[in-house]
Design a protein around this ligand. Structure first.
Ligand SMILES: [Zn+2]
Length: 278
């Protein structure tokens, strides 16, 4: 009996030890969640039930987007389009892609209003929401949370009536926390500078995967991205983005990895057109 008690005790201790160390490695990959990087901040996420989410589609004129995806039809069916802010390298093909698939486009409210006002998208495909809003256009199991980003959101376009370039309101920039069917959470940071509420986002939403800009100049660079991930957000996985498209986006994934030091976050460095599965 004493032997059994000791065995039990050892098991409990082992269990406690296991619990204590499962801060970042306890996610059991399903292999059914697919994250495809299309260059810059554009991603196509396919969920475990086959729903397709596209974020920040700048594809047709993006020099890093693989040729096949410059034809928007080659993305396959798309169920929802998300945009983080008005800059062309995030919003360029968003309205077009939403119209092509007859699906909703979610964007910061000021940008959404501008896109509707200039006739880029019909109002019924661009429902309103704002920061801390949660929408579920694909059913209750998949939640889209709009969160803060530290950036700007001018929307520049060429007015076809006058042929002149115009700078229109694009609202405030945002990031997205996407919670999938099995609870896996993806945080697309958008374009952002460093801000203290990244810690809050880490603590409150507990994202599993962070898509983090590292290019610098317009956003956090590799070192600041590493600081945000290591000290504040603490996800299980990170995929660097928004670098290398132009020489000015000089951040390098190897510096991001170096900056993480011994942080337990697993970094997945993709080439445009490559996928990671979770
Ligand atoms: Zn950008």
């Amino acid at each position: 009996m004493r032997h059994v008690a000791r065995l039990l005790c050892v098991s409990v201790i082992a269990l406690l030890a296991a619990c204590a160390t499962t801060t970042t490695s306890d996610y059991q990959p399903t292999g059914k969640i697919e994250v495809l990087w299309l260059g810059q901040a554009a991603f196509r996420i396919t969920t475990m039930t086959g729903k397709v989410i596209v974020i920040d589609p700048w594809l047709t004129t993006n020099p890093k987007t693989p040729a096949q995806y410059k034809d928007l039809k080659n993305l396959g069916k798309v169920d929802v389009v998300l945009v983080t802010h008005g800059h062309f390298d995030h919003s360029f093909n968003a309205a077009e892609l939403a119209k092509l698939n007859k699906v909703r486009l979610y964007a910061p409210p000021g940008l959404k209003d501008t896109l509707v006002a200039i006739g880029e998208i019909p109002a019924e495909l661009a429902p309103g929401m704002n920061k801390s809003g949660i929408v579920t256009p694909l059913g209750p199991e998949i939640k889209f949370n709009m969160v803060r980003a530290e950036h700007s959101s001018e929307f520049n376009w060429k007015n076809p009536a006058t042929g002149k370039a115009e700078n229109l309101p694009g609202g405030e920039p945002v990031g997205w926390i996407i919670e999938l069917e099995n609870g896996f959470k993806i945080y697309h940071m958008g374009d952002t500078g460093l801000f203290g509420d990244m810690r809050f986002i880490g603590e409150f939403y507990k994202p599993d995967l962070v898509l983090v800009p590292i290019g610098g100049n317009f956003t956090i660079n590799a070192q600041l991205g590493a600081y945000a991930v290591r000290e504040m957000i603490k996800p299980k996985f990170a995929i660097p983005m928004h670098y290398g498209t132009y020489p000015i986006l000089a951040g390098k994934p190897e510096d991001f990895v170096k900056g993480l030091g011994d942080a337990p976050t697993k970094v997945m460095v993709l080439q445009p057109g490559e996928k990671a599965t979770f």
